[in-house]
Ligand binder design. Sequence first.
Ligand SMILES: [Zn+2]
Length: 210
Amino acid sequence: MRRTDGTTTPALTLIADRDAITALRALLPRRPMSWAEAHSVAERQAIALLRLLHIAEPPVPQFVISSLPGIVVDWRQGWPVSGMAVRARSHWRIVLRADEPRQRQRFSLAHEFKHILDDPQIERLYTHLAPKGQAERTERVCNYFAACLLMPRAWIKRDWCAGRQTIHDLARRYYVSHEAMSTRLSELGLTLPTEHATRGLSGCRRGVAA
Ligand SMILES: [Zn+2]
């Protein structure tokens, strides 16, 4: 596994921070969050997790979640939903539907992990919304966290500005579904080459990987 300093280290030794979940939860405010703030916190949590585990390039390995103390991941054939986080006495169990594409499983794992991060505060984070709105906001923020974790903004923009501008190539590089990559590009304001072929590299500052 390549570290940020360019050296390689066995994966097991990367898992050094036993308080990763506590550190990520500390980024959550103890009060209701606006849509913008929820997005900002989710992205900061995703970036912090990657930094804690020294992950600096795609594809993000699933052990950034599955190796954390207190997290157990199960894959089950025929599971009725893509993913589910279940709290046990001493740990959280994330159950994933094994017969879905691996790319989708990775996204579901990250989505469910965000549910776990938010769980202690979830009753107060979106109290300004109606119950249905709270549930919808929770799911969308979990999706956003998953996108930020698997497709970090800085990495995508760097690749985009380096000329990687097809969903197929980017999805393969980040090991995510085409749908997830398409959504992420839209979130980041990056348009597909066919939409800006006459205007150069959309979304890039010259000479700078934003
Ligand atoms: Zn969910």
